[in-house]
Write a protein that binds this ligand. Structure first.
Ligand code: BTN
Length: 240
């Protein structure tokens, strides 16, 4: 899967570092203790103090741009399962790719995935899978919807063990068919069957999350309307 691991004390973002190293290296992992300009999905900043896992996996899969959606499902599944295996706690997936924990009926985000691709026409040159996990860092003061493993369990966790478990899962799931990955993903997904609000630049939609389509879209049944496919956006679970 990879032949090198790069480790840094501090970087702007492991995504940027991976992009640079792609010029000289094939498949590798970049890990940093802290990021000064960590990024999240939808152009948001990602706070990355010491104590968390901030890493980017650069791979060169032989898939088309059309098929690349599976990578975020694959990555979030690998992280969710690794956290379950290590902590024995019930982590779940929230569409599109958050790893969450349910406390007193509140959904708290523990980890997120950011996918960046370099492609020519429909052929992928490389994919960078960014993984951010709040492990031993304190985050509750900045982010009311986020939580770290330490805050959740009142103890520290060995980050190397978690990274190894994630990489073992990647090794396994890279050999699994997309349909099977989506099936396993759906089994751990909290979003399906729920009433949600999707926030997109073009506006908001409220409806029931029905299913994940074969192309990775979320099937949403808006009130009194036919189901529509949602490809990206923010998903907020509503209380009913
Ligand atoms: C999200 O949920 O919005 C995705 C968060 C992804 C954060 C990780 S941390 C390692 C990598 N480097 C970054 O700048 N972002 C990703």
């Amino acid at each position: 899967l990879i032949n090198k691991v790069y480790y840094f004390r501090s970087v702007s973002s492991t995504m940027e570092v991976a992009k640079k190293l792609a010029e000289q290296e094939k498949n590798f992992l970049v890990i940093a203790e802290k990021q000064t300009a960590g990024r999240g999905r939808l152009g948001r900043p990602w706070i990355s103090n010491e104590g968390g896992i901030w890493m980017s996996l650069l791979i060169r899969p032989s898939i088309s741009l059309r098929e690349s959606f599976i990578l975020t499902y694959l990555a979030s599944l690998c992280v969710c399962k690794a956290l379950r295996q290590i902590t024995s706690l019930s982590f779940y997936l929230k569409w599109p790719n958050d790893i969450v924990f349910l406390t007193n009926d509140e959904i708290k985000k523990v980890a997120g995935i950011l996918l960046e691709l370099k492609a020519e026409v429909d052929k992928i040159d490389y994919a960078i899978i960014g993984i951010g996990i709040n492990v031993n860092n304190q985050i509750n003061s900045f982010e009311p919807t986020g939580i770290s493993l330490k805050e959740l369990t009142n103890r520290l966790w060995n980050r190397t063990d978690i990274i190894i478990e994630i990489m073992k899962n990647f090794y396994h799931y890279f050999q699994v068919k997309p349909e099977e990955i989506l099936n396993e993903w759906k089994q751990l997904c909290l979003t399906l069957g729920k009433k949600v609000k999707i926030i997109r630049p073009q506006g908001e939609l409220i409806g029931k999350a029905l299913d994940i389509a074969e192309d990775g879209a979320l099937w949403l049944e808006a009130e009194n309307q036919r189901a529509v496919k949602i490809y990206s956006g923010d998903c907020i679970h509503l209380r009913v």
